[in-house]
Structures are given as C-alpha cells and as structure tokens.
Design a protein around this ligand. Structure first.
Ligand code: B12
Ligand code: SF4
Length: 498
C-alpha cells in the first residue's frame, strides 16, 4: 500500500534556532516498509503546503499518517486532513505521536470526524496493524487505536528498540536539518523514556516511567549510516546508566565513528555520572542542554524537579570545567511581574551559558494539566507552544509579552547576531564553503519571529478547533497512573526503570 507520512510545520522555536529530522516518523516508516508498504515522508518543517498537495496528487497515497508530537500543530494537521479528504476522498487518514496520544478521543471528533483513527503510543507496532485492519469494522479493537466508534486496549511498549532503525533515506533535503552551529545535523536515539516525574512534563507519562536502551551494536550501526558530521541525541535524559554510555563510546571508537554531539540531560545526572560525559567529550560531545527550569528551591519543588538549586549550579560548574557549551532553560511563570523578569535577566547575563526562557504551559498528559487546566485562559491549541501564556498573567497580557520578549531578546543577543558571528567566524566560513547556510541565517532571524505584537495578536485569531479541558481529579495518587499511555510489558514500568 502507498503510505504518505507527514510531519507538520515548525513552531516558533524551530523557526529560528534549529530544525531536526522527524526521527519518530522515520521509525514508523521503517516498520511500515518492513510490513511491505511503499512509504514516503513529507516534512513540512522543510517543505511548504504546496508540496503536500503535490504528493497527494502524484504519489496518490492510499493512507496518510500525520505526526502530532506537538499540541500546537493540531489545527494545522486537521486542516491538512480536511484538504486530503476533499482532494482524495477514499484516502485513509490517521494521526499518532506524543500529543495525539493524550487527546485521541477529542481528535477523532474534530473536523466532523475527518481522521479515521488516532494511534496512541509508540507507532512501530501499531501503524502496520492499523493498515492491516483497514476497511475492517474491528479497527477499533487494535491496541492503541481510537476511532469515533470505540477504542482498542492500551498499546504495549516496543520490546526491542533495535527493531526498526530510522528510515533516514526517506527524508529529503537533509542538509536543511541543523542545530545551532551543528549544521547540518542528524538525530539519533540511544534510550527511550524517563524515570523521573516532573509535574510539567509528559515524557514520563507517555512511557509509564519506563527507561529502555537500544543495544550498543544497533546504535553503532545506525550512527555508521549517518552521513552528517553532527548528531543530536533525542533522549530525554542522556546517560542515566553510565555503563551504557561507556559501552557505546567504546564501540564507536572501535569502528572509528567520529561526530560532534549535542545531548540533553539532567543536572543531577551530570554530577553523578561526570566521568561518562568527560569520556564523551573526547568522542566529540560539545553541547548539552540542561533542564534547570527554576533558580529557586520553591520553583524546583513546584515543578517536582527533584534537584536543589545547589545541584543545578554545581552541574553548571562541571559543564564549564569539562569545556562544554551548555544551554539551559528557565520556565517563566505567567504569574511573574517585572521584578521577577529583571532577576532572571540579571542572573542570565552573569553566566556564560545560553539561557532560554519558555512559558509555563499545562499540557495534556502532564500533572499540571490536571491541576491547572481549570484556570486556562485559552483553548486554542496553537498557543500551547511554550512561547504563549495560556494561564492568567499577573501583568496585563501585552505587558507580560513585552517583558518576556525583552528578556528573551537580551539573552539572545549574548549568543546570536553579530557577536556570535564574530565568535564563530571560523565555523561559519567552513559552513559557507560547504554551502551550509542554516546557522548563519539563524543568527539574524530572531527579531523577525519574536515580537510582543505577534504573541499578543495570536490570542485574537479565530479558533476553529477548541481544546477540551479535563475534569478535575480528586486524588493526587491517581494522577500519574491516570495519565499513562502504555501498558507495561511483563514487569511493571517502575521495575524496568530501576
Ligand atoms: C527531540 C525533541 C525535540 C526536538 C524535535 C525534533 C523533531 N523535529 O521532532 C527539538 C529539540 C527540535 C524539540 C523542540 C521542541 N519541543 Co520537543 N521534544 C523532543 C523529545 C525530547 C523527544 C522526541 C523524539 O524524537 N523522540 C524519539 C522518537 C523516536 O519518538 P517520537 O517522536 O515520540 O515518535 C514515536 C511516537 O510518538 C509515535 N509517532 C510519532 N509520530 C507518529 C505518527 C504516526 C502516524 C504514528 C502512528 C505514530 C507516531 O511513534 C514514534 C515511534 O515510537 C520530546 C519528549 C519525548 N520523550 O517525547 C520533546 C517534546 C515532544 N517537545 C516538547 C516541546 C514543548 C518542544 C518545543 C515547543 C520547545 C520549545 N522550546 O519551544 C519545541 C518545538 C519544536 C517544533 N515542533 O517546532 C514537548 C511537547 C509538548 C506538547 N505536548 O506539545 C515534549 C513532549 C517534551 C516535554 N517536556 O513535555 N523537541
Ligand atoms: S523534564 Fe526531563 S527529567 Fe523531568 S520528567 Fe521530563 S524528561 Fe524526565
């Protein structure tokens, strides 16, 4: 069967700083190829909607699958589905991905039920089964599947991460994927899941707090196939188990695979497993993203981050000592006033790290969604992108955006624009020689994307698809389990995460 897999357009953050390959879709594509289907991927982070129409007309897919990791992409995906339905009425339309999994029931109702089904959880096992059951009225008995008529049992976690290596050859114009100076940049996955349980995050509820590792051989095989000189590790928390990191590193050394890497990890993991990061420095690890989230004890407790400010600052020192460039994130609360923004500005300017500021946003699938959603000021999916305020702001909304954008702008100027061009002149020259212009262009894009007028104006757009807030949950103990997407395999998820 001909299957077109579509990744939606970039959100604000990706309009400037990075664009990365849709690794989840590439894995689903591999599973569909293995089942004998003919598959194409269209990444709308790179291509325009005109290309989508062209694919529908020329490839004539029997099924179109949309990736919905990001809640803010929901209206775009529904519009794309409506367009496919009117252009090629017999096409089977389905969606999957992180956010889709948490709002499956409401998604199948939108647009007059334009989506034939939503697949909850990991797509590698479910997507081929869905296509096998196409036309069968018992489609809604497939694990993970939700249709307008019913829902199958909970999906089961993939038992072996090695099984479906990403079908990277299906993504076109790969040289447009980049992450800051890592231009061009591929993505790779060493592990899946997160054993922690921060209240603002849905990574742990999606995977039921499990933590699975790909084998060293499969990882090395995959990296050997990557043509790009740079790799972004999509793992939620890199090197939770340091021995896995050491084993992968040794295998890469044995095979002579050399790349530059960017990864994400937690401050306490960097402190505890310092040696493995130090070892990876020798292998090409240059950049790391550390989720700081808050500067004070109270904020960290609120996000249930399970680290102290002292540990956070110690981790920054370690990153500096080891010579990494660290990017950190602080969550701006809509409740902030001018003074709080000023404190963060002052602190951020006093440290050498790249500091990002995102807005506290309760997402479906997080605990905050259950505790905060009654206070939502908007039900517009598009505003749920951590660059907009969807909870009541203490400052007037326009003023909040002024403070946010002013602060982001000041932090941005530390590492972007002319200053960055001066500091990275050698790298830029090498990029330009190879015809890579993503990074240099990104340095001057910020002002055209971030603006209080744009952000406050976005609240006035007509809402064609409104979100459904959840009912209130009485018992806090119920919350975690209530949110889990997958059924555990055999042993409980918490046992596997140990
Ligand atoms: C890597 C990553 C990124 C990369 C994205 C690369 C890309 N193009 O997709 C980068 C760094 C660019 C990024 C940016 C952002 N991210 Co991000 N990101 C992640 C992260 C850590 C892992 C995603 C991943 O690649 N996983 C590995 C692959 C193999 O899995 P997967 O993509 O989930 O795909 C599987 C399933 O979802 C499913 N599936 C996926 N698509 C489809 C399609 C079909 C048809 C089917 C059947 C199944 C299916 O099957 C796949 C295989 O099992 C997740 C957290 C998480 N653990 O999911 C956050 C996460 C998705 N990001 C998040 C956020 C908030 C952002 C930003 C908005 C942050 C910001 N600062 O602005 C930006 C927006 C980016 C944009 N779209 O423009 C939130 C999403 C919140 C939400 N509910 O909308 C998450 C959940 C993290 C969190 N803290 O809660 N992100
Ligand atoms: S924020 Fe990081 S550590 Fe916390 S649950 Fe999410 S992925 Fe895990």
């Amino acid at each position: 069967m001909r299957v077109l897999l579509v990744h939606p357009s970039p959100l604000m953050h990706s309009e400037v700083f990075l664009k990365l390959e849709p690794l989840g879709l590439e894995r689903v594509a591999q599973a569909l190829l293995a089942a004998g289907h003919q598959v194409r991927i269209l990444d709308l982070q790179i291509f325009g909607h005109r290309e989508y129409v062209r694919e529908l007309d020329t490839f004539k897919p029997r099924a179109v699958g949309f990736s919905l990791n990001y809640l803010a992409n929901v209206p775009e995906v529904l519009d794309l589905a409506v367009a496919a339905r009117s252009r090629r009425p017999g096409t089977f339309l389905f969606a999957g991905g992180h956010s889709a999994s948490f709002i499956a029931e409401e998604l199948v109702e939108h647009g007059g039920g334009v989506l034939d089904c939503v697949v909850r959880g990991e797509g590698e096992i479910a997507a081929p089964r869905v296509l096998e059951a196409l036309g069968d009225p018992r489609l809604d008995t497939v694990p993970g599947v939700v249709t307008r008529t019913g829902a199958g049992p909970a999906p089961v976690l993939l038992d072996d991460l090695d099984r479906f290596p990403p079908a990277r050859d299906l993504t076109r114009q790969r040289r447009r994927y980049f992450l800051g100076v890592l231009d061009p940049c591929a993505s790779a996955e060493f592990t899946r899941g997160c054993p922690w349980d921060c209240s603002f995050c849905s990574a742990w509820t999606f995977y039921g707090r499990s933590y699975r590792k790909a084998s060293v051989e499969a990882i090395a095989e995959d990296l050997a196939r990557v043509a790009e000189p740079n790799v972004f590790l999509v793992d939620d928390v890199a090197f939770v188990h340091p021995e896995h990191g050491f084993d992968i590193g040794r295998e890469l050394e044995r095979r002579g695979i050399r790349k530059e890497y960017f990864l994400e990890t937690r401050c306490d993991v960097l402190i505890k497993n310092r040696e493995v990061f130090e070892y990876w420095k020798r292998l090409g690890l240059r950049y790391m993203f550390l989720g700081l989230e808050a500067l004070d004890e109270e904020g960290l407790k609120l996000h249930r981050k399970r680290v102290t400010p002292g540990e956070n600052f110690k981790a920054l020192e370690i990153a500096r000592e080891l010579g990494f460039t660290a990017a950190i994130n602080i969550i701006a609360d809509p409740d902030w006033d001018e003074r709080r923004f000023a404190i963060v500005r002052e602190w951020a300017l006093s440290v050498p790290e790249i500091v990002h500021l995102t807005v506290n946003t309760p997402y479906p699938g997080t605990e905050s969604w259950l505790t905060e959603s009654r206070r939502l000021t908007s039900l517009d999916y598009r505003l749920f992108d951590v660059q907009h305020a969807v909870l009541p702001t203490r400052l007037p909304l326009r003023k909040f955006y002024e403070e946010l954008v002013k602060t982001q702008g000041i932090l941005n100027r530390k590492h972007m624009g002319l200053a960055a061009l001066r500091d990275t002149a050698g790298i830029v020259a090498r990029h330009l020689l190879r015809g890579q212009t993503n990074f240099v262009r990104s340095l001057f894009k910020w002002n055209g994307v971030y603006h209080p007028d744009r952000q406050s104006g976005d609240h006035a757009r007509p809402v064609n698809y409104a979100m459904k807030p959840p009912g209130l949950v009485a018992s806090p103990q119920l919350r975690g389990r209530q949110l889990y997407i997958h059924q555990a395999m055999g042993r409980s998820a918490s046992e596997r995460s140990a």
